[in-house]
Design a protein around this ligand. Structure first.
Ligand code: ATP
Length: 268
């Protein structure tokens, strides 16, 4: 089944977007359309403005020029329709893992009573394999478990958009692979599917997870290429590695990134 058909209210539109920090132009001429339920990876070298673009989509920064709309509404600030997961877990350290997630449930459903909030929080934690850890504090968990909890919290918001900034960048390879699989599993089960924007600088991760890869270049940050990822799901790492078309696409993307990096090296 196509994921590009759209699910009504959860498409994303970026038109003529520019952003600057002071005098420094960070993003320029960004046009991007993401269909409802689509999983898009934003790939690019360090400094190409991936995180900045994600922060703009989250409403944490304001564009200097251009427009962003999410689900047909102009983005004017952060909102519960757009859950964000950062690299460093960002759980509240003074709350148990269960309470961290229950807090997100309360945001999504302010009228629920405490018992029902907790029930739903526990349900989310079960989905990510953390049912046993709900009463523990973040510092009592491994990095992988904390990131699972951060994902459970983002899912508990029941938001149509999931914005993820290198969420698995700090994890060891085994945990990273587990959480990649978990993310795809929960995304595929969504009814409707969430629209996911996933920042990474790992080409293999982008090709494993995404429906489409948007490649950014630097100075200023802009989109230099887009590729639909044609591999059928479920995707298996070993099968991808044995597929010539995977290597061909990987090479095209890596070449584009290398060319952009070379073009911006100091001539000295
Ligand atoms: N708060 C800030 N003030 C000034 N400049 C900033 C700020 N945050 C980021 N920048 C600059 O904006 C540019 C883009 O940064 P950004 O973090 O969006 O890139 P990125 O592609 O996500 O990089 P990375 O892969 O290293 O995370 C960089 O040149 C960075 O130095």
């Amino acid at each position: 089944m196509s994921t590009r058909g759209g699910h009504g209210g959860n498409d994303l539109q970026v038109n003529g977007l520019a952003f600057a920090y002071g005098e420094q132009l960070i993003l320029q001429g960004i046009d991007l359309t993401v269909a409802g339920g689509e999983f898009v990876a934003l790939l690019g070298p360090s400094g190409s403005g991936k995180s900045t673009l994600l922060r703009l989509l989250a409403g944490l920064e304001k564009p200097a020029r251009g427009r962003i709309s999410a689900g047909g509404h102009e983005v004017a600030g952060p909102g519960p329709d757009r859950a964000v997961v950062f690299q460093n877990y960002s759980l509240f350290p003074w709350m148990t893992v269960g309470d961290n997630v229950a807090e997100a449930v309360a945001k999504a459903h302010p009228k629920l009573d405490r018992a029902e909030r907790r029930r739903r929080a526990w349900e989310q934690l079960d989905r990510v394999g953390l049912g046993e850890a709900a009463a523990r504090h973040p510092f009592e968990l491994s990095g992988g478990m904390q990131q699972r909890a951060a994902i459970a919290r983002a899912l508990a918001l029941e938001s149509p958009f999931l914005l993820m900034d290198e969420p698995f960048g700090a994890l060891d390879p085994v945990n990273r692979a587990r959480l990649q699989d978990l993310l795809v599993e929960v995304w595929e089960r969504g009814q409707p599917r969430r629209t996911v924007i996933f920042v990474t600088h790992d080409v293999d991760e982008a090709l494993l997870l995404a429906d489409r890869v948007v490649v950014m270049g630097a100075s200023p940050g802009r989109i230099i290429a887009e590729h639909t990822v044609p591999f059928p799901r479920p995707r298996r790492r070993a099968a991808l590695l044995g597929d010539d078309s995977f290597h061909a696409l990987r090479e095209r993307i890596t070449d584009a990134l290398d060319a952009d990096t070379l073009a911006h090296l100091d001539p000295a």
